[in-house]
Design a protein around this ligand. Sequence first.
Ligand code: SF4
Ligand code: FES
Length: 248
Amino acid sequence: MNITLRVWRQQNADTPGAMQTYQVADVSPDMSFLEMLDVLNEQLTLAGDDPIAFDSDCREGICGMCGLVINGLAHGPNELVTTCQLHMRSFSDGDVIDVEPWRAQPFSVIKDLVVDRSSFDRIIQAGGFISAPTGTAPDAHAAPVPKADADAAFDAATCIGCGACVAACPNGSASLFVAAKITHLGLLPQGQPERDSRALDMLAQHDEEGFGGCTQIGECTAACPKGIQIDLISRMQRDVLGALSHRR
Ligand code: SF4
Ligand code: FES
């Protein structure tokens, strides 16, 4: 396959960026999207040009590092996949593909396609933890958790913090991410001591970072590679209301 890429190039957050066009020849349909970018970067490096900066780590859909807007869609055209799980067989010979970074005010561009997602770390630090000692594995197994709650907590825990929900949201909201983290811990007995403060503190940090509010548009859940469901946002809002009523 021969592919034309239009890639966002930007030196840093303070300099203006622009799309630049590149040709990539002999692309195997079995290559992942990131492997195709690796090939392009090798070409650029051998030609003495600056390679395109993009994030990746596990390349198995589990770490949340990768994240590109491909033809206007966070993580590209396929459902329930991260960018590293997207393969070139999803495109056709001769395609022109636009590649851009996550665009949201709290995600400033570090370089090219790499954005600063440390705001997510600060949201987690604000309350996405438990302080109860959980002991070793047998101790954890001794704490009774209803199967439905364990399953729902596990589903919420599959959020990898990639930020696609923010990139897809017209409001630039990180509500799906925050809701997943609040739900995961809020459904488990070990998460109860900080349940109220967790909801209030994480949401307050979310707002302080400059993320927008949720208006239930649903683009977040459509873009989420882990299938985190939008009803978790309603659950988060109920937790926040509950926490506020307990404070009276
Ligand atoms: S909710 Fe989904 S899209 Fe958002 S950060 Fe978690 S895994 Fe990524
Ligand atoms: S590189 Fe880890 S999820 Fe894509």
